[in-house]
Design a protein around this ligand. Structure first.
Ligand code: MSP
Length: 639
């Protein structure tokens, strides 16, 4: 039977969670929810990495014991996962007995089998990365850490080593013969590149004199276990390795270890060799995602550009934040995080496309169909096209999940939403209301509502709260979607009670100078828009209105109606032809501050080029120019 076991890295508890942690966990959650939706039994594991120097140092800084540091910080992670609607099945802490004891058993077993040995060691150690580097690994970096560029410390001491080097040839061969093992493929090549040089044995101990916060080696109480050797074991200790054979057999091997690209080597070299030594199967896949950057640079505390996920979720809502994380990052690549990009995507994908479709369809059902899903008539060409588009979105999303291309899956769903909006424009249900064509009206609204049902199901794993709301509004009893129903057309029951979705995705108003990114309860499409002559705010802003100054004016030969005006719009000078000559003489208008539509397609009027249009009010045949009541500079945005 197909199963899906997914893990996130376990996070260090030296500091509060940041966007990198939030991203991997939301990603794992979205994948888990999709698999559940597809009927696949799923186990989703996350947790915290609580031993090691980083945590010990943080505890010292904060004047706490390491355990107090863990117990305090772990709450921040748990709270964030709760806030972000994370549906993990387990949360493992490496200080728990169920993990601690398994690590000790594994160490003892490997030691007894001669796979761990004691030796003198000299090398350089990076405290931040908690890794030793041989002079070969340091290469041109000299004493700087090859991973984080910080200065490493020279260390000479006795330690315990795991015979990692003896698995080098086997690992190279395994990677080459299992293309799904390390993903994306370029990360497999990166690992193979690393394995081109001889692999060293892995130092798996730290003398207590240097670091006391760790799992004690069962065969030498003067040492604790290296934090990575301890941490990686969480993936098997959590599912019952050496404790619950049935559960372990059920879930291991893991379907997907999700990791960030910076922890590739530990997962694609250390972990496979450890598993091989234990005689366990390899993970089915290890997927390394890219980094969230601020602009083009790495987020870092010292640069003060680390995004706080809790603040984002509180400011913009959990679902939109989840949506942004998943839609914006192409899995495997780096992505850039900015609030501006967030607002643009939110307004365009959620407020404009999805929010409007939902709002206009449900409002019309409520107003014109007594608030009940209408009975559809015979589908025509456009209805069939729309149901095909919905079916395509379902299959593309399925492929996207299996192929780890979630951003593309979301784009397919958004394409279906846009097709839904086009369908509404084309079918003009407001006209059908006027014409009294209730049968056709029923067909159009039913078809659009069916599309919304499928869309809400496909986006449910990404935005569980908002899509639950939408599904309830569509009169669905089964709020949880399943793949069978998503693949079928005609699931909505005529007569089911619908409700409004007002405020599903209120537009985020950005003030002109971009300083205000606050949310305001904005009006969404009323569903009557074109019929009653309303336009959306975006439609309004499609016209770029600007202040302009009239620099010169003259009549146009052969007509009494037109004036040819020379105007300035900011730094730009333009010519426009306006039908105002019967109301204004050229002298009247020169020097006036007027308002023009600046992005009108240029036209030729009586053979004269006109580049823009001025605004004027008409009263009983008399025109009055729209002018400014203060002497404002030209080129300002109006609106
Ligand atoms: N404790 C280890 C993992 C052990 S797993 C057996 C660890 N913890 S961490 O808290 O430092 O980092 C956890 C994850 O956060 C890593 O996958 C890392 O790639 C990810 N990220 C940290 N900053 C990030 C971004 N700016 N963007 C995306 N992910 C990044 O490493």
């Amino acid at each position: 039977m197909e199963k899906f076991y997914v893990t996130t890295p376990i996070y260090y508890v030296n500091d509060k969670p940041h966007i990198g942690h939030a991203y991997t966990t939301v990603l794992a959650d979205v994948l888990s929810r999709y698999h559940r939706l597809m009927g696949v039994e799923t186990f989703f594991l996350t947790g915290t990495d609580e031993h090691g120097q980083k945590v010990q140092k943080a505890a010292e800084r904060n004047g706490m014991s390491p355990k107090e540091q863990c117990d305090t910080t772990v709450v921040r992670f748990r709270e964030l996962w709760e806030k972000l609607e994370i549906t993990n099945d387990d949360f493992i802490r490496t200080t728990e007995g169920r993990h601690y004891k398994i690590v000790q058993e594994i160490l003892q077993d490997l030691y007894d089998r001669g796979l761990i040995y004691k030796a003198d060691y000299s090398g350089r150690y990076c405290v931040t990365c908690e890794r030793f580097f041989t002079s070969r690994e340091l290469g041109d970096c000299m004493s700087a850490c090859p991973e984080c560029s910080r200065e490493t410390d020279e260390i000479i001491e006795t330690n315990y080593f795991f015979k990692m080097s003896s698995y080098q040839e086997w690992l190279i061969d395994y990677i080459k013969t299992h293309p799904e093992f390390i993903l994306p493929a370029f990360r497999a090549n990166e690992t193979l590149g690393f394995l081109r040089k001889p692999l060293d044995d892995l130092c798996i101990s730290r003398p207590k004199s240097r670091l006391s916060w760790g799992i004690e080696l069962p065969f030498d109480s003067d040492f604790v276990c290296y934090v990575w050797f301890d941490a990686l074991v969480n993936y098997i200790s959590a599912v019952g390795y050496r404790r619950d054979d049935a559960n372990f057999a059920k879930w291991w091997p893991v379907s997907c270890h999700l990791i960030g690209k910076d922890i590739l080597t530990t997962h694609t070299v250390y972990w496979p060799t450890m598993l091989k030594a234990m005689g366990l199967e390899m993970p089915e896949s290890i997927f390394a995602h890219g980094w969230w950057l601020t602009g083009q640079s790495k987020m870092s505390k010292s640069a003060g550009n680390v995004v706080n996920p809790m603040e984002m979720a509180e400011k913009y809502g959990v679902d939109p934040f989840r949506f942004f994380l998943i839609a914006e990052m192409s899995l495997g690549q780096d992505a850039s995080f900015s609030e501006e990009a967030f607002v643009v995507r939110y307004n365009s994908n959620l407020a404009n496309d999805l929010g409007n479709l939902a709002s206009r369809v449900l409002k019309m059902i409520i107003r014109e169909c007594g608030g009940k899903v209408p009975v559809p008539g015979e589908p025509g060409e456009h209805e069939n096209e729309l149901s095909d588009t919905a079916a395509l979105a379902v299959s593309e999303m399925e492929d996207a999940i299996r192929g780890m291309k979630l951003d593309r899956g979301i784009e397919s769903v958004l394409n279906a939403v846009r097709a839904g909006n086009r369908y509404i424009e084309l079918s003009a249900p407001w006209k059908l209301v006027k014409e009294g064509d209730t049968e056709r009206l029923g067909t159009v609204l039913y078809t659009a509502a069916e599309l919304l049902r499928i869309v809400s199901g496909l986006l449910f794993p990404v935005m569980p709260n908002k899509m639950c709301e939408l599904r309830k509004s569509l009169g669905l009893k089964d709020v949880l979607p399943d793949i069978g129903r998503l693949k079928s057309w005609g699931v909505l029951m005529p007569g089911a009670e619908c409700s409004d979705t007002a405020g599903l995705f209120p537009r985020i108003q950005t003030d002109k100078k971009k300083e205000g990114k606050k949310m305001t309860e904005d009006k969404q499409d009323t569903g009557l828009a074109p019929a009653e002559g309303c336009i959306t705010i975006d439609e309004f802003f499609n016209a770029k209105l600007k202040t302009a100054k009239v620099l010169g004016a003259e009549g146009v030969d052969g007509t009494t109606k037109l004036l040819k005006l020379q105007i300035s719009v900011g730094a730009e000078n333009r010519q426009i032809v306006a039908g105002i000559a019967e109301h204004y003489s050229p002298e009247d208008v020169v020097g006036k501050n007027i308002v023009v539509v600046s992005n009108l397609k240029p036209a030729r009027i009586r053979g004269i080029e006109s580049n823009g249009m001025l605004l004027a009010a008409k009263q009983e045949g008399k025109l009055t120019l729209v002018t400014l009541d203060a002497d404002a500079p030209s080129g300002l945005d109006v609106g």
